[in-house]
Design a protein around this ligand. Structure first.
Ligand SMILES: CC(C)(COP(=O)(O)OP(=O)(O)OC[C@H]1O[C@@H](n2cnc3c(N)ncnc32)[C@H](O)[C@@H]1OP(=O)(O)O)[C@@H](O)C(=O)NCCC(=O)NCCS
Length: 290
């Protein structure tokens, strides 16, 4: 490893300008070369000094020749500090100028519109949106678009492009009971049917996603995958659940697998006519902080 003293500051009057070699510089052996090293590199790269002064300050060229590895000519022509990251190609997602945000009951009408992405029998109803965004808005996430405005133009309302809506369940998988709307939820904190908890279970350690939907106009622009990645990141960082579960049709199993969800086979859920696969993303075996 190189010592810091091998990289003298280039600031004036001996003051440290705060600049340091790149973090990977040690690996690349980019210390200040001596004149003889420079001469060797420049000669290999076919570069000579215009002022004619020799850079060689000693005659021991052969003495330490084995200390140097050959420098690829292409490398010498393109010093590392001129290399730039390839220009970012603007994607369809970029064009939306997207941002994500938790949802609230003020977004219910927007969610109903986006939910039209589902076949009718699979849609979350208006009342379920009100229920879920009242009881557990912290488990939701919306991706919005906001057009760039000309100077002086009034700011429009951000448009919801995609959403994730979820509740908690004490079961390890999404269940039909967890997807139901409790009959008297405005007045009762807990609801049961047939001895089973219905709807959102405050202490449940599984987050059951009931809806991931993207406005059909904006599908295929990476909105759904961006939303899902952001959602998983937030839940994982917040350490508020042991797992995230969702039910999916066969064709979307690879989509969820790409985020780390694992298929648990055919789901017992009959919601919307059934035919679902249980997908589960375990968030880690470590116990959650009490
Ligand atoms: C499924 C859905 C959320 C995906 O959102 P999206 O923004 O269109 O998806 P993305 O652009 O992020 O797609 C990323 C990848 O997911 C996969 N994918 C997306 N939609 C798919 C579909 N309908 N069938 C199969 N794979 C699909 C593709 O591999 C895609 O990769 P590609 O862009 O290289 O082709 C969206 O199509 C949708 O709202 N569908 C209707 C509602 C629904 O079925 N929700 C899922 C409930 S489980």
């Amino acid at each position: 490893m190189s010592d810091q003293s091998e990289y003298p500051s280039e600031s004036m009057h001996g003051q440290d300008n705060g600049l340091r070699p790149l973090s990977n510089a040690d690996d690349l052996c980019l210390g200040n070369p001596s004149n003889s090293e420079l001469s060797r590199i420049m000669s290999r790269a076919g570069i000579s000094l215009a002022n004619g002064f020799p850079l060689d300050d000693d005659d021991d060229d052969d003495e330490d020749a084995d200390d140097y590895v050959a420098v690829d000519q292409d490398e010498a022509d393109q010093p590392y500090w001129f290399r730039r990251a390839p220009a970012h190609v603007r994607t369809k997602l970029d064009e939306l100028h997207p941002f994500v945000q938790l949802l609230s009951t003020s977004n219910v009408e927007d969610c109903v519109k986006v939910e039209a992405a589902f076949p009718e029998q699979e849609r979350c109803s208006h009342d379920k949106f009100i229920y879920r965004l009242t009881r557990c808005p912290e488990l939701s996430l919306g991706l919005f678009t906001l057009p760039i405005l000309a100077e002086g133009e009034p700011k429009p309302r951000p448009q919801l492009v995609g959403h994730i809506i979820a509740t908690r369940t004490s079961e390890p998988l999404v269940t039909d009971y967890s997807m139901k709307l409790p009959a008297n939820w405005q007045n009762e904190r807990w609801s049961y049917e047939d001895g089973q908890a219905v709807g959102h279970e405050e202490g449940g350690s599984t987050i059951a996603i009931h809806s991931l939907a993207v406005d059909p106009v904006h599908q295929g622009k990476q909105v759904g995958s961006t939303l899902m990645k952001s959602y998983i990141h937030r839940i994982r960082e917040a350490q508020i659940a042991e797992r995230i579960a969702i039910i999916a049709h066969d064709h979307l199993v690879p989509f969820y697998e790409s985020f780390g969800f694992v298929s648990h086979g055919p789901s017992a859920c009959q919601f919307g006519g059934g035919g679902w696969v249980d997908m589960v993303l375990e968030l880690g075996s470590e116990p959650l902080d009490e």
